[in-house]
Write a protein that binds this ligand. Structure first.
Ligand code: BMA
Length: 325
């Protein structure tokens, strides 16, 4: 057989047999759906998922679930952990969504970057926390329309770096911006363009989980959206950014590496969506646990090997700055 035309796709992410891990049925109070969680491994080894919870008005808030093994026996906060606060932050009027969590060693706190859904559209907001019980809100750091944002865990040179996805009439591409203090942002650079035409990531792309630092570069797991006659298809692809100049894309995979296949990914409030928002790394330093929303209705888990993912990018990635369009 010609190895250039393999019969089977290379599997980089394997679904956990316990999927879906969390649904509205696991919730201690009445909600519509649970999905799109950010993730953190706490110092005692506990996995914390900060889930997006949509109430029966359609407005979202965030709620924490903790588990010793990151798979089952979840201890869900008995009431919302972080509610929209439109009296102080009017940009949160229609809810807060899709958190991404980064531990900042310099601040000794977690940064939660989330979507604030305002009457002017979705923007990017930031809060810091030590314990996921009390939060210091920084408010909206990027105005609408912007979302799918996460902080890098350390400064690049003197500045913090935020990967995000502003939308312009020219498209929805991934950008990086820099700040000395997490409040004032500038030096905006285009990182990764959505492709065009028939591509799986044509039109709209966005950062999935916070960039993962590896010896080869920042591993960027992103989602791509394809519009079809039956609605949108959300899939996941890979890119690699330079460690000290993260706006520089070193490699970008052509094909998606994870897409909606299981029933809980194909059918839900929004069909055909896999939407990773958080990851943890197992103690072997290689096994990646990717937590993702399925069909805007549940939280699920897939695991992969960082070594294998980087090897795939080496073999299949295009050596390109901005990708093919
Ligand atoms: C995106 C975000 C996600 C959602 C996805 C599919 O625009 O709003 O929260 O999972 O659409 O509906």
């Amino acid at each position: 057989m010609n190895s250039a035309w393999p019969k089977e796709p290379e599997i980089l992410f394997r679904r956990h047999p316990a999927n879906p891990l969390l649904t509205a049925r696991n919730w201690p109070y009445d909600v519509n759906t649970i999905f799109n969680a950010g993730a953190a491994r706490l110092p005692d080894g506990t996995t914390l998922l900060l889930c997006r919870v949509e109430d029966r008005r359609g407005v979202s808030h965030l709620c924490a679930a903790r588990s010793r093994n990151g798979v089952d026996d979840w201890d869900v906060d008995p009431a919302p952990t972080l509610l929209p606060d439109p009296s102080q932050f009017p940009e949160e009027k229609w809810g807060i969504e899709d958190p991404r969590i980064t531990w900042l060693p310099e601040m000794e706190r977690y940064a939660i970057v989330y979507t604030a859904y305002s009457q002017a559209g979705p923007g990017v907001s930031l809060a810091l926390t030590e314990d996921f019980r009390t939060f210091e809100r920084y408010g909206e750091i990027f105005p609408p329309e912007d979302k799918d944002a996460a902080l890098l865990p350390r400064r690049i040179g003197d500045n913090w770096a935020l990967v995000h996805r502003p939308v312009s009439p020219q498209g929805a591409h991934v950008w990086i911006s820099y700040s000395p203090d997490l409040r004032h942002w500038g030096s905006h650079k285009l990182v990764l363009r959505s492709r065009r035409g028939a591509w799986w990531d044509a039109g709209k792309i966005g950062l999935a989980v916070p960039p993962i630092e590896t010896a080869a570069g920042w591993l960027l797991i992103y989602h791509g959206v394809r519009q079809t006659a039956a609605g949108c298809l959300y899939r996941v692809g890979l890119a690699l950014m330079d460690l000290e100049t993260p706006e520089k894309c070193l490699r970008r995979g052509d094909s998606w590496v994870f897409g909606p296949e299981a029933e809980y990914e194909r059918f839900g409030d929004v069909n055909n969506v896999v939407f990773p928002g958080g990851y943890t790394i197992e103690t072997d330093g290689d096994t990646l646990r990717l937590y993702y929303g399925g069909a805007d209705t549940c939280v699920a888990l897939a695991t992969g090997s960082i070594r294998q993912i980087l090897d795939w990018l080496e073999r299949h990635g295009q050596d390109t700055k901005l990708g093919i369009d």
